[in-house]
Design a binder for this molecule. Structure first.
Ligand SMILES: Cc1ncc(COP(=O)(O)O)c(C=O)c1O
Length: 469
């Protein structure tokens, strides 16, 4: 069958989920979906403790047999080979950044040398935003209609000496703003003036028309920096539309893909994206604090990275130890220091598993899971609102459930083995990640929320306990 989850869509299309027809009974529907699910056997290859419903893979993905095996292999290589592992391990550690980047490239629609793993998201934002600010300050702008390549003529219309601004939004992950502000400051640019923030109309989402309007209103924008998906509501952005708007305005388009990489297929090359960053500890399941990843479009290879280091040096001559830095002619140039091999090794296995499942099939299943979740919430939890766009095109991998007692509700769910997370002020994020979540799990989560709210069990929990998962 072309789309094994189509029956879910059909059954969920009506207003009422519960009805006379067997297909509309949620338990029957969930069981049928699980039976038809071509990815159902993948769950056995991930480690989620018995009795736990793990709905937090958008914060930290679980371990898989494959990830633990690639980690164990590198640990063994360290034990047995010591320093020679850099060159003699199979494969050698020396090019782990490039090799793992190549494995990730198909997930984001990139060529192998446009992706590399290294550093962390925040560090990668520093180096990439810094790099492109330097380009703008040197007068170079993005490739655009009528201008084949950066040509030394970037300047806001009528203001040849204006400093470039960076366009962000007010629902971004805070670390992104901290890093961009610091990069502006380090170039003597006042971030209070030049970090331009697109406001949200509803506190949940960003309307792409507001990004376009901001670009019309402010000719000094040199970089548009947006998430591919918002961390709180899970709104998925139209990467192509934002990129096009940025380029038309003479700005680079960069993206934080932390909340979609590994869950949503991307086509960065086709969309014309200039640069992007993401992590590997969420949907890529490579472990806590695992190595970051970045994309730089081929047309920008050869630029001098803002945070240069020897691991970004041209590979062939890196060990000649020249004092003059020659950046690698690939995204590899944005590596900085020695890659943390033990934080990179699990990625090899975890990506292989995702590639076996197929990113398109994972996305299809993810949408069916979130369709079911949203329909059940609408049907059974009248006091809970769905803060995630219902439009499938604008929905990432998790669903934001809004409730005034979200913090207590989240604590009560976690206590009962339903692992979710709370994001202030009123959001419980529920992530039924496709590789290891069954449709029956989604039903159990909603049963759990209903039971807690009906019995007021959440009132036994304190608020403001702090801690971020
Ligand atoms: C959207 C987003 N951006 C940036 C970060 C920061 O990532 P890191 O701590 O790896 O630098 C996170 C962390 O969860 C995130 O979710």
């Amino acid at each position: 069958m072309d789309d094994p989850y189509a029956p879910a869509r059909d059954a969920l299309a009506g207003d009422e989920l519960a009805g006379d027809a067997a297909d509309a009974d949620p338990a029957v529907l969930a069981a049928r979906l699980d039976d038809a699910d071509p990815l159902s056997s993948f769950a056995d290859r991930y480690h989620v403790p018995d009795g736990t419903l793990y709905m937090d893979g958008n914060s930290l993905g679980p371990a898989s047999d494959a990830a633990l095996a690639s980690l164990d292999r590198v640990v063994d290589e360290w034990r047995e080979r010591l320093i020679s592992g850099w060159t003699d391990a199979d494969p050698p550690w020396f090019d782990a950044g490039e090799r793992l980047g190549e494995a990730l490239a198909p997930l984001v629609g990139a060529e192998p040398d446009e992706v590399v793993v290294g550093n962390s998201i925040t560090v990668n934002i520093h180096t990439l935003v810094g790099t492109f600010l330097d380009e703008l300050l040197a007068g170079n702008g993005p490739e655009r209609e009528g201008v084949a390549a950066a040509d030394g003529t970037w300047a806001p219309d009528g203001h040849p000496d204006a400093d470039p601004a960076v366009l962000v939004n007010d629902l971004d992950f805070p670390s992104d703003h901290y890093a961009i502000r610091a990069q502006l400051r380090q170039r003597g640019i006042d971030p209070d003036e030049k970090l331009r923030v697109v406001p949200s109309r509803d506190g949940r989402t960003i309307d792409p028309r507001d990004v376009e309007a901001a670009l019309e209103a402010h000719e000094d924008v040199g970089i548009v920096w947006m998430p591919t998906a918002l961390y709180r509501s899970g709104q998925l952005f139209d990467v192509e539309r934002i990129t096009e708007a940025a380029h038309e305005a003479g700005a680079y388009a960069g993206f934080d893909a932390a909340h979609s990489a590994g869950a949503v297929p991307h086509e960065f090359d086709e969309a014309g994206v200039d640069f992007a960053v993401w992590c590997t500890y969420k949907y890529l399941n490579a472990g806590p604090g695992s190595i970051g990843a970045l994309y730089v479009a081929e047309r920008h290879h050869g630029l001098a990275p803002a945070l240069a280091g020897w691991w970004g040096h041209e590979k062939a001559t890196q060990f000649e130890m020249n004092m003059t830095y020659t950046p690698a002619d690939s995204a590899g140039a944005w590596q900085i220091g020695t890659p943390p091999l033990l934080s990179a090794a699990p990625l090899e296995g975890s990506v292989e598993l995702l590639r076996e499942a197929g990113i398109e099939r994972l996305r299809k299943k993810s949408l069916a899971l979130t369709d079911l979740l949203i329909a059940l919430v609408d049907d059974r939890l009248p006091e809970v609102s769905v803060g995630t766009p219902r439009d499938r095109e604008a929905r990432g991998g998790h669903v934001a459930l809004e409730h005034p007692e979200a913090e207590r509700l989240s604590a009560a769910l976690n206590d009962r083995g339903v692992v979710v997370d709370f994001r202030p002020p009123n959001v419980v994020r529920v992530c039924p990640a496709a590789p290891y979540t069954a449709f029956a799990d989604v039903l159990e989560v909603v049963d759990g929320i209903e039971a807690i709210l009906d019995s007021d069990a959440h009132e036994a929990y304190a608020t403001n306990e702090g801690g971020v998962t």
